[in-house]
Unconditional design. Structure first.
Length: 132
């Protein structure tokens, strides 16, 4: 999540991209799995600077690749963490598309890109459990 830590690779790219790939690869070992659902973000479909734009257009299934440099520089302010989060979502989405092309899994892969996810904060739930 934005603001977690400052290391783009360790704190953003690996959990998002490598975590997604690990689950997709693991599902290959279970023929009884018929569908895998990836809960992504609309940020995976937008350039990382789009959040600051007044006009944003989102389309999917275009095959466009949003260029992200893994060694790019980010601001250490909160906005920089948001851009890191967005860039990691883009890289995870690209890894998902590459996985489909490279492995042609036996299961159907569905990816959702919600604009907002509403519900209890996992942090708040964990804090409640610790206090109780």
């Amino acid at each position: 999540m934005p603001g977690k830590d400052s290391d783009f690779q360790a704190d953003y790219v690996r959990p998002a991209g490598e975590g997604t790939e690990a689950i997709l690869h693991a599902a290959l070992n279970f023929p009884q799995i018929k569908k895998v659902i990836v809960m992504s973000s609309v940020l995976a479909l937008l350039p990382p600077t789009a959040a600051g734009s007044k006009e944003v257009s989102v389309t999917d299934n275009t095959g466009d690749i949003i260029p992200i440099e893994r060694d790019m520089e980010f601001s250490e302010w909160f906005a920089g963490h948001g851009v890191k989060y967005s860039a990691s979502k883009i890289l995870a989405h690209q890894a998902t598309r590459n996985f489909l092309t490279d492995f042609q899994p036996h299961y159907t892969l569905i990816t959702f890109h919600p604009t907002f996810v509403l519900g209890d904060s996992l942090v708040q739930i964990m804090l409640r459990k610790l206090v109780a």
